[in-house]
Write a protein of this length. Structure first.
Length: 511
């Protein structure tokens, strides 16, 4: 893989329904409710009770609200034509002749995106700001007289246009590998972060003593620069791929120290994808599972890395059956929602012979991800001028306009509702055609729904028009044909504990 790797509380119809009760779950301390340990002797009922008690953190709730986020792959690969660099590129190849990060931000905002993640350091190790800890950076290029700083421009532009800022830092680093810093066999020892260098004029208000190898310390110092000198960061993206580094040369990363530093310096930032807050959905095709659970079984690898108890690409990560199957390898049940990375073009970096996906393809991706309790991370690569190509800018706007036509006015927004355990009924006042249904649980109370049906009252009887398994933070159903009815209801037919609904939206698309 090239990079490996919403609580949508609607103002629409804010609904809360008492759900289908289960026996009381085992208590967990408030600060540990996002991950709860399990016992190898747990029964299926034990596992379901525990899963019903798992709750997201505030940073996870904020992230799931975003719905659409963007990726920006930009670096030396943009100029060499490679997807994975080699680490020995001449920094002089980095020459964006018309870098305009405001143009990036305008296009992403116009496309409906709310956060953007920049590849500050890809596997090749080239860094898009003038770091103190490596010469493989923009400062070693004659671009802007060696004074260029893409990260500074990016962060300032995103905030200027109302987007949140994310940073991608590849744990793998082919430049450090070539120069002996990566996987050199050094021991984990206590390191002072930041590590001041010759001519360093910083007087850090905070310093940290953290265990790390030589390369682990390099990453810690890089993280310190990024998280203290460029304003608030809302997502930190750690890839799982290793570039061209031989598998036997990949050392154990100092995840625990890296996570500790991120939590201290950017407490609101979600750590993805090799991280405890967000998980990779398991593919790069833009498709989540039909039933995508945010509560999944996990194991803890050396130095605190969160990992799947089941395979990353298994078809079922969180059902009752999956919890039982995973138990021998499970340390915790954890709130670990899915992020889905997919590129607008075939490649992750810009290639002039590639074209953006069609609006139809992007629409299918939207419903296959956002409509299935996941968050979209769409890669839009800048070109060699440092601009988003005109065709891509147009496609982003067309994508946003298409989603707005798919989900225009919520017909149930001000409609009277009646609530009962596991049941919500909406009166639209008169017969209205509906062909899209949007649902969301209030995930502050966990993810509980295991099965539901949507019904319309027609010819004196309730008729099933759609249904599925999970809801989570976002579930969107497309009906095969418009259904006309005045009264609509959502009936939960299976749940792990009391269900709290945040949205029951009814729409007539304008296609």
């Amino acid at each position: 893989m090239a990079v490996s790797r919403r609580l949508f509380v609607a103002a629409a119809t804010a609904l809360t329904a008492t759900g289908i009760p289960l026996p009381a779950a085992r208590a967990a301390a408030p600060d540990t409710r996002s991950r709860i340990p399990v016992s190898p002797h747990d029964t299926e009922a034990d596992l379901v009770r525990t899963a019903s008690q798992v709750r997201p953190t505030a940073r996870q709730i904020a992230w799931q609200r975003l719905e659409r986020t963007a990726f920006l792959h930009f670096g030396v690969n943009t100029f060499t034509g490679l997807e994975w660099g080699t680490g020995d590129e001449d920094p002089e190849v980095f020459q964006p002749t018309g870098l305009d990060t405001d143009q990036w931000a305008r296009a992403l905002s116009d496309g409906g995106f709310r956060l953007a993640v920049l590849t500050v350091k890809h596997h090749d190790g080239f860094v898009l700001y003038p770091s103190r800890y490596t010469d493989h950076t923009v400062a070693s290029s004659s671009w802007r007289g060696g004074q260029g700083d893409v990260l500074r421009a990016f962060a300032d532009s995103m905030r200027r246009y109302g987007l949140k800022v994310g940073v991608y830092l590849s744990p793998a680093d082919e430049n450090q590998y070539l120069h002996g810093g990566y996987a050199n066999g050094s021991a984990r020892t206590a390191r002072t972060i930041p590590t001041l260098v010759d001519g360093d004029d910083r007087t850090p208000p905070r310093s940290f003593t953290l265990d790390a190898t030589d390369y682990g310390a390099h990453m810690l110092n890089t993280l310190y620069e990024v998280l203290t000198e460029y304003g608030p960061v809302d997502e930190v993206w750690f890839d799982g791929a290793q570039g061209h580094i031989p598998p036997e040369k990949v050392g154990a990363y100092d995840w625990d120290s890296w996570y500790t530093l991120v939590r201290a310096l950017a407490p609101d930032a979600a750590i993805a994808v090799t991280g405890p807050d967000l998980r990779w959905v398991g593919n790069e095709s833009g498709l989540a599972r039909e039933d995508e659970w945010s509560v999944v079984p996990v194991k803890e690898n050396p130095y605190g890395r969160t990992d799947w108890a089941l395979a990353y690409d298994t078809a079922d990560e969180g059902s009752r059956a999956a919890l039982v199957t995973a138990l021998p390898r499970t340390d915790y049940l954890q709130w670990w929602p899915a992020e889905c990375d997919v590129s607008l073009r075939d490649g992750w970096f810009y290639h002039p012979d590639q074209q953006p996906k069609s609006v139809e393809e992007l629409t299918e991706i939207y419903f296959g991800l956002v409509g299935r309790n996941a968050v979209l991370l769409l890669n839009v690569p800048p070109d060699t001028a440092g601009l988003l190509p005109a065709a891509d800018v147009t496609r982003l706007r067309e994508f946003r306009e298409r989603v707005e036509r798919e989900l225009p006015e919520d017909l149930a927004r001000r409609a009277p509702t009646r609530r009962a355990p596991g049941l919500v009924t909406v009166d639209l006042g008169r017969e209205r055609e509906v062909d899209r249904v949007r649902l969301a649980e209030d995930v502050r109370h966990g993810q509980q729904v295991e099965a539901f049906v949507v019904e319309a009252h027609r010819d004196g009887a309730w008729t099933r028009v759609s249904g599925s398994g999970t809801i989570g933070a976002s579930r969107i159903l497309r009906l095969p044909a418009p259904v006309s009815a005045r009264h609509w209801r959502l009936r939960v037919t299976g749940a792990r504990a009391a269900v709290h609904l945040a949205e029951f939206g009814l729409y007539r698309s304008r296609l």
